[in-house]
Design a binder for this molecule. Sequence first.
Ligand SMILES: [Mg+2]
Length: 268
Amino acid sequence: MLDAYDLVILDLDGVVIVGEQALPAAAAAVATVRQEGTPVVFATNNASRSASAVAELLTKVGVPAEPSEVITSAMVAADALADSVPAGAAVLVLGSDALASEVRRVGLRPVSSAEDQPAAVIQGYDPSVGWERLAEASVAIRAGARWVVTNSDATLPSPRGPLPGNGSLVAALRTALEREPDMVVGKPQPALFAAAARQRSASAPLVVGDRLDTDIAGAYRAGMDSLLVLTGIASRADALAAPAEQRPHYLGDDLGALTRPGVQLARD
Ligand SMILES: [Mg+2]
C-alpha cells in the first residue's frame, strides 16, 4: 500500500494509541513504514498537549517519535492566527499552557483578561477551563476580538466513555454569544493535513484515521487518499454506508494494514 505514497499522516487516538496505551499493531507498523523510507507525521485535533508531550507519550508507549513528527491543532491555529492579526497583538488564550506557548511561538502575546483588549480569542481543549474564563472570552469577543477555535470535537474518548470535548465548550460560547466562531482549524477542516504535507514537501500523502466525520472527511477535503482502520470509532458497516465525502480509499482491521497490499474500496 505504501508504494504510492510519500508521507503517512496518522491520527492518534483509535489509530496509534487508545488513552495512554499503544494499540497492539501500531508499534510494528510504524517501524515498518519508516524502514521502507516513508516519513510519518502524527496529526491530532487535541490542543491540550505540546508536540514534545505527544512525542514523549508515543515514545513511552513503544512508538518512538520526535516532536518534529507531531502536528497539533494548536500549532496550526496559532499559525492561522498570526496571519490574521498584527504582529505582537494580545491574544486571550482560552486553553492550555501548550496553546499559550504556540501563541508565543508565532510572535503574539498571550493574555487572560478582556481588559488587555485582545485582538483575538483562541479556544482549545483544556480540562481546567470553567465559567470565569468562558465569561472573560465572551466579553472579549463581544468587544470585537476574532474568535479562533482549534477544533470542534463535541467529545473526546476516555476509558470512562466519551467526555465533553472542546466543541462542547465552544457550544457554550456559541449559545451565549448567539454567533459562530470566525475560524475552526482542526479536522474535518483540511488545514492540519495540508500543513503536515507542506512541512514534509509531500505530494502524495496517505491519511490514516478511525473516524469518518473528522479524519476521512478531512482527507477528502484536503484532496488526499485515506485508510480507515477499525481500531477506534468507525465500524466496517459505517465505512460501507458512508456518504461519498466520508468514504475511505482503503479499509484495514488495524495499522498493520499499512504493511500489506491495500483493500481498496469501490468509489462509485
Ligand atoms: Mg481518532
